[in-house]
Ligand binder design. Structure first.
Ligand code: B12
Ligand code: SF4
Length: 517
């Protein structure tokens, strides 16, 4: 059979650094599902560009697409790339008005129907994309209109028409694996961070989350299918494999079985498996199974204030979370453990946030990661809870102020956290702060707040420079207060800063600063 139609799938990769491009898993699924459903009637190809400068990205995309000559283009839209993705869609429509442009991904929701009216796109796919993408392609091949397609919004005679909601794919194994099919572009950067799913969905409803199809039951790929993917990844040996599941241990026994398989592969290669797990699920068995440097755990703590947890849809009973923190303190594992907090959730005060940060910092073997709260489109923070916050108008929609924290109060809290995380990244300074905190009820944040007031001019100006420096990075890169992956001060400044902190500690009483914060 002849190919009747060419379809290009485009991803604009997350971070600017070359090595951080990653495999576009969503597009791999769309391509694999379309090939299974439509065979050679459609020839699909994935194109991936770094965000870099807008102009270089647009030039590269227009050049490649002129050569491939697709009839349909699908573009993935995430918070970090949506503005660039829309600029690309507009550029494509300007160059080839008859080209059909489809937008999908977490940033695409019915509130964006104006994009259809403006002619930026011909269809918007909401939520899980595989079946809707295939139906759009099939309708195109059969000469049928797109308006009314389940799971999509498209222009009808009177304006945008929203098709009925589409049922979720079940069983998930119906979607072929792009890993076993070998569908990713042969770009070495793709093998650096590979994405993998073993399940979709989440039973929770956290106010700040837009995990695709998170609500409702968790759908799982069969263990045989996951094992086959792991085997392919074991051969490809990417540096990191990021497992996209909402919580790898929702089904504890299955999670443990898969972790053992991963460990077997990890012990023979340099792969690091990165798993997301909620703090409550970090029991002895889980720590045992993942106790090897081939694992990285992203542990969702988010807040340690019962009020904030309750308000934002998380379990306010902190007993299991604290037991897990204790476990980590008592028997540090060999895995890399990252403890996640969010700064700027509704209900959080300066005091409750810093108390939570203190608890996280009291686990010496773990790395604290602090995200800036965002009101993601489709999340409750952007909907029913939007009156509790003020958010940045353009994406990424960072929370600017909350019911408890004014704009300047939240900015100041972010800055304090950023500075403290930077100091905690320096071994001598970290040891000093920990030692001082022992004599002050364990509060590193209180020690730092007190010391900061007495810092000399040089150390203060280094902190000021660092803060100004990272404030100038593009907004999409300011999603966390950790900057160790992209240093904002050089080694000499770091050494001077450390000396400044030591001097302030001495001046405040031979290593015993007055803590009155
Ligand atoms: C892997 C991942 C990352 C990786 C890298 C991402 C990458 N290389 O692309 C890292 C760790 C770097 C990362 C970082 C962040 N992430 Co992240 N991340 C994910 C994660 C876990 C998996 C994404 C994925 O591939 N999923 C699997 C695919 C199959 O699902 P999908 O992407 O939703 O795709 C489906 C549909 O959306 C649709 N679709 C997608 N594209 C297209 C295109 C077309 C044409 C069509 C038709 C359909 C379609 O069909 C797909 C198949 O069903 C998701 C959560 C999740 N499980 O989805 C969060 C998620 C994407 N991240 C999110 C966020 C907020 C962040 C951070 C800001 C940190 C944070 N949590 O605060 C940073 C920002 C990074 C940056 N600025 O560069 C949000 C994004 C919300 C948004 N509006 O974009 C998500 C949804 C999680 C959440 N908290 O709600 N992330
Ligand atoms: S943040 Fe995690 S636990 Fe909460 S709804 Fe999203 S995926 Fe589920």
């Amino acid at each position: 059979m002849r190919t009747a139609c060419r379809a290009a799938l485009i991803n604009l990769a997350t971070l600017t650094a070359e090595e951080d491009m990653g495999s576009p898993l969503s597009l791999g699924y769309l391509l694999a599902y379309a090939r299974q459903a439509l065979g050679r009637r459609v020839e699909s190809r994935i194109f991936q560009y770094r965000l870099g400068t807008r102009r270089s990205m647009l030039e590269a995309a227009l050049r490649d697409l002129a050569a491939f000559a697709p009839r349909i283009v699908g573009i993935s839209c995430y918070g970090w790339n949506v503005e660039a993705a829309l600029a690309l869609a507009r550029a494509l429509k300007r160059r080839w008005p008859a080209l059909l442009v489809v937008l999908g991904g977490p940033e695409i929701h019915p509130g964006r129907a104006a994009l259809l009216r403006a002619g930026t796109a011909d269809a918007l796919v909401v939520g899980e994309g595989e079946e809707t993408w295939v139906e759009l392609l099939r309708r195109r091949l059969d000469g049928r209109a797109w308006a009314g397609t389940p799971g999509a919004l498209a222009m009808g005679a009177q304006g945008p028409v929203s098709g009925p909601q589409r049922a979720l794919i079940e069983p998930l194994d119906r979607v072929p694996s792009p890993w076993t099919a070998g569908d990713f572009p042969r770009d070495p950067a793709v093998w650096n961070t590979a994405l993998l799913e073993t399940s979709r969905g989440c039973p929770m409803d956290c106010s700040f989350c837009t995990w695709t199809n998170r609500r409702g039951k968790v759908r799982r790929l069969s263990e045989a299918r996951v094992a086959a993917d792991l085997e392919v990844l074991g051969r490809l040996r990417p540096k990191n494999v990021f497992v996209c599941d909402s919580d790898f241990f929702w089904d504890r026994e299955r999670g443990l079985r898969l972790a053992r398989l991963m460990r077997g592969i990890g012990e023979k290669s340099d792969i690091q498996w990165y798993l997301e797990v909620s703090i409550e699920h970090l029991d002895d068995g889980v720590l045992e199974a993942t106790g090897h440097p081939c694992f990285g755990l992203g542990v969702g703590v988010e807040s340690l204030s019962p009020r904030v947890l309750r308000l934002n849809g998380r379990n306010p009973d902190l007993r299991r979370a604290r037991a897990a923190l204790d476990r980590l303190r008592r028997r540090p594992g060999r895995a890399e453990v990252n403890l996640h907090l969010i700064c700027g959730l509704p209900g959080e005060t300066r005091e409750s946030f810093l108390a939570g940060l203190d608890e996280i910092l009291s686990v010496p073997s773990a790395r604290p990661i602090v995200f800036c709260a965002q009101a993601l489109p489709g999340s409750r923070l952007a909907g029913s809870m939007s009156s509790l916050i003020r958010r940045r108008r353009r994406p990424p929609h960072y929370v600017l102020a909350t019911d408890e924290l004014s704009e300047s109060g939240l900015r100041e809290l972010r800055r304090t956290t950023f500075e403290l995380l930077m100091l905690m990244n320096h071994p001598q300074t970290r040891d000093l702060l920990r030692r001082l905190a022992k004599r002050r009820a364990g509060s590193i944040t209180a020690v730092f707040t007190a010391l900061r007031r007495t810092l000399g001019a040089d150390a203060r100006s280094i902190l000021e420079t660092a803060w100004r420096h990272c404030s100038r990075f593009p907004a999409r890169e300011q999603f966390s207060l950790n900057w160790e992956w992209r240093p904002v001060i050089d080694a000499a400044q770091e050494a001077r800063l450390s000396a400044g902190v030591q001097a302030a500690a001495r001046a405040a009483g031979a290593g015993r600063p007055r803590v009155s914060a």
